[in-house]
Design a protein around this ligand. Structure first.
Ligand code: SAH
Ligand code: SF4
Ligand code: F3S
Length: 437
């Protein structure tokens, strides 16, 4: 007789690496099936993000919502995973007695054992940074049914120590998975119907995986992946400007499967602030880099991240950021108000006036939204590849992503997983419309 599977509810916050980790955690917890709501679950896992204060606070309010569930079902186990678990694990255990299990981002392979401890009535905590990467200790990826796109983490951690950022503390030192392991996982995904893989890392272009005793860069890994039949598209995120080497820039020009979209955060356009942030380059160097990338792949769409209101940022510093944005012309962008994070170097420095920071964020977002809209509108009349992912809201409609990562609606009876040529005919508020070529 087989046991009925227990129900697992996972709620994921933060970046794509957490999305990938949540999938791997669900796979590691054999004997559980994933459900879409916390009601009736036997185990709730929060996969958390520590990047800004607001993100971290969500954990405590979410846990509060589970109190009645726990009261109604003493067998319900509640776990906190991810970057808040790493940063504040012991404090969570202390402050929230309802939490049975805390697991840091590098310890997910120990989840089954921690779950057993928690089931046996104990408290389980693991926030170690083991010598070896967790991935190779996790079960092979089962899950027979997948969509046509997947994430694949190839690199973890960060050694850059930007003055504002918690990632080097929550994810640990930079480490890369060996080439053969990445290839094997990618081949498995493609066998399950995946057509597009996004390679992930906090600093993915610093990838330096081992192959036959030698170290390979990201461009080399991408070329190996491009040889896999059935894999049509490759993307990667997130990159640091200083790790954008010539080989990777060239790959954007000569590797057809590498998509024309690059997320390359700069954070500020002021050299004074870039220096205080410890970013390791100037605004001018960044702009020159973008020019070189565009020379290799003229239609590439650049996206970025910005922080406004970093300690000591003046109006003049902010204007330099606006000028950089005008010079680069982003296709998509994310901007955040600086959030002081305990334990980071910048946390010791005086904050800028919050009203000034709010005002700058609004001005920057207005400019970025305008650029985003212009980049999207400029697609009208062009022919692009679209990988259909799911049915659209209207009858007979499919939605997918273009090469440039725009959402595109098309009237078609082609199934999900089809990569089609589409002529873009209209540009709406959040997506494009097109017709099959
Ligand atoms: N590795 C990536 C960034 C990962 S964090 C890089 O180097 O660019 C994602 C984004 O969150 C960052 O690019 C930054 O814009 C933002 N961020 C990080 N720490 C922050 C903080 N303390 N306050 C506000 N935004 C922050
Ligand atoms: Fe954080 Fe990115 Fe800087 Fe690393 S490179 S410290 S992840 S912002
Ligand atoms: Fe957040 Fe951790 Fe990702 S802090 S952004 S979940 S690496």
């Amino acid at each position: 007789m087989t046991e009925t599977p227990k129900k697992l509810y996972i709620k994921t916050y933060g970046c794509q690496m957490n999305v990938y980790d949540s999938e791997r955690m669900a796979e590691a917890l054999q004997g559980y099936e994933q459900v879409d709501s916390p009601e009736g679950a036997d185990m709730i896992l929060l996969n958390t993000c520590h990047i800004r204060e607001k993100a971290a606070e969500k954990v405590y309010s979410e846990l509060g919502r589970y109190k009645p569930l726990k009261a109604g079902n003493p067998d319900l186990k509640i776990g906190v995973a991810g970057c808040v678990a790493q940063a504040e694990g012991e404090e969570i255990m202390r402050r929230q007695p309802m939490v049975d299990l805390v697991v840091g981002p590098q310890s997910y392979h120990r989840l089954p054992e921690l779950e057993r401890q928690a089931r046996a009535g104990g408290k389980a905590l693991d926030t170690e940074f083991p010598e070896e990467l967790k991935f190779d200790h996790l079960p092979r990826r089962p899950k027979p049914k997948r969509g046509p796109t997947a994430f694949l983490t190839v690199q973890e951690g960060c050694d850059k120590f930007c003055a504002f950022c918690v990632v080097p503390y929550t994810r640990g030192a930079e480490a890369s998975r060996p080439v053969s392991r990445v290839l094997r996982e990618a081949e498995g995904l493609v066998e399950q119907g995946v057509r597009e893989i996004t390679l992930l890392g906090q600093n993915v272009n610093a990838y330096h995986g081992e192959e036959n005793g030698q170290s390979r860069g990201l461009a080399s890994l991408i070329r190996r992946l491009a040889e896999i039949d059935g894999l049509e598209r490759i993307r990667f995120t997130t990159s640091h400007p200083n790790d954008m080497d010539d080989d990777l820039i060239a790959a954007h020009g000569n590797c057809a499967k590498l998509m024309p979209y690059l997320h390359l955060p700069v954070q500020s356009g002021s050299d004074r602030i870039l220096k205080r942030m410890n970013r390791g380059h100037t605004a001018e160097e960044y702009i020159r880099l973008i020019e070189r990338i565009r020379a290799a792949r003229p239609d590439i769409l650049i996206s970025g991240d910005f922080i406004v209101g970093f300690p000591e940022e003046t109006e003049a510093d902010f204007r330099a950021t606006m000028e950089l944005v005008e010079a680069v012309k982003y296709g998509q962008c994310f901007s955040f108000k600086y959030s002081s994070r305990p334990g980071t170097p910048a946390a010791e420095r005086p904050l800028v006036d919050p009203e000034a920071a709010d005002d700058r964020l609004q001005r920057l977002q207005a400019l970025l939204t305008k650029q985003q809209r212009e980049a999207q509108d400029a697609m009208v009349g062009r022919e692009v590849g679209v990988l259909f992912e799911r049915a659209g809201r209207m009858d007979g409609q499919m939605v997918g992503k273009s090469d440039h990562l725009h959402a595109v609606h098309v009237q078609t009876d082609l199934p999900a997983g089809t990569l089609a040529r589409v002529l873009i005919s209209e540009s709406g508020p959040n997506s494009l419309g097109g017709v099959l070529v």
